[in-house]
Design a protein around this ligand. Structure first.
Ligand code: ZN
Length: 219
């Protein structure tokens, strides 16, 4: 079972329930995959069994086509939220972190072509490496949080939360209209452009808010 912990080494009690994700939340990323920008947020869910600790070497499926990295700002929910307002949304978030929304890209392309749900491409075991959590109070500017990913020392993804099509407060509010969020649940906020395949042996470095670094390796 995944254990939430902070960057200060503190273990958090709330269990991870679900991970609610949004697709195509940065225009440049939608474009790079040839997708239209959706009119309202495109939501999907990863189960708790998809989560692994980002800072530990992780494995990826080896025989189902390419596995893409999508680095994303992750939000940890601190209390029950149902149909909440945008203005109150940050009150329900205790911590911010980094997630990799690992995606079996060819599997996803086939599912999309058939108009089928994405679960098999997005929700498999290990599909969501999650970092240790940074308290919201330590984030410098909630309106403009930077997220970056380097793969083998090469910058692959670099974005800011103010480039999101649906802002963080709007997204939390929108998600809570459909799914009750509970303490320990996580929201992933979409990936900036620059997604690409991972290979065994890759060394990764994700940076949040230009100063919190999380290193990992693909087994
Ligand atoms: Zn994603």
């Amino acid at each position: 079972m995944f254990q939430h912990q902070t960057i200060h080494g503190e273990k958090l009690n709330a269990p991870l329930g679900k991970i609610v994700c949004v697709g195509r939340n940065y225009a440049e990323h939608a474009k790079e995959l040839g997708n239209e920008v959706p009119k309202s947020p495109l939501l999907f869910i990863k189960p708790a069994t998809a989560a692994v600790q980002l800072e530990k070497p992780f494995s990826i499926p080896s025989d189902m086509g390419s596995v893409h990295h999508e680095v994303e700002i992750a939000l940890l929910i601190s209390k029950t939220a149902s149909s909440i307002n945008e203005e109150d949304a940050w009150d329900y978030v205790s911590h911010v972190g980094v997630a990799l929304d690992l995606t079996l890209r060819e599997v996803q392309d086939k599912l999309k072509a058939k108009g089928q749900p994405w679960e098999m491409a997005k929700a498999f075991d290990g599909a969501c490496p999650l970092s240790s959590w940074v308290p919201v109070s330590e984030i410098r500017d909630q309106k403009s949080i930077q997220i970056r990913l380097e793969r083998n020392s090469e910058m692959k993804q670099d974005g800011y939360s103010d480039q999101m099509i649906t802002s963080i407060p709007k997204l939390i509010s929108y998600v809570s209209q459909f799914f009750t969020l509970q303490a320990g649940d996580v929201i992933l906020t979409g990936t900036p452009a620059g997604v690409g395949p991972l290979n065994s042996g890759d060394v990764l470095k994700a940076t949040l808010d230009a100063r919190y670094e999380f290193s990992s390796k693909v087994l």
